[in-house]
Design a protein around this ligand. Sequence first.
Ligand SMILES: Cc1cc2nc3c(=O)[nH]c(=O)nc-3n(C[C@H](O)[C@H](O)[C@H](O)COP(=O)(O)O)c2cc1C
Length: 188
Amino acid sequence: MPLIRECVLTTLSPEGRPHVAPLGLIEEGDCWIAAPFRPSKTLFNLEHSGKLTASFTDDARVFAGLVVGQRSFPLTDIENWPAPRLSCALAHAELEIARVEEDAVRPRFFCRVKHTESHRPFLGMNRARAAVLEAAILATRLGMLSREKIDSEIAYLKIAIDKTAGAAEREAWDMVMEKIAAHFANIR
Ligand SMILES: Cc1cc2nc3c(=O)[nH]c(=O)nc-3n(C[C@H](O)[C@H](O)[C@H](O)COP(=O)(O)O)c2cc1C
């Protein structure tokens, strides 16, 4: 399996409006591949605008916030590049679509990395942040996974939260847990 970099992708609508969504970029050769499932705003935008920006952050609240529907994270314009980055990004990459592999379910947009830039130091891995990321991904797949699978994965991930989370990670975890709880409350 290739390396996947979890990022926040800024794509542009045909009118040039930025849209941010968490997405995994798949590394293949000298390309990074964005592979959004149909239907999604990100996919629509990629079909209409070939320039995008990946923001890299270690703030778990960004991923948690995005999966619970918060979209108003501050953005910063990039000189000579149309898609802005997250203002809180530790680093960003400017990506241009080189080719597309069409697919009825999940087309693949092969992007060339035009430029990368760092903005803040990265101060180390943290298990709780990784656990929030995993839980955030689960929270985008609630309709596809069984209750048992979700419960058992959350129970395991919570160990890292209990042992290694700071206040920001606990806040992020709680946001994701609320979304999962609301989903199960609605289908009862
Ligand atoms: C860390 C993370 C990685 C994700 N990676 C993908 C991905 O590679 N492809 C995808 O379709 N959705 C992915 N998702 C889910 C999308 O963010 C979600 O479908 C989102 O709503 C995009 O839809 P939108 O463009 O309409 O906003 C990911 C979610 C998270 C939290």
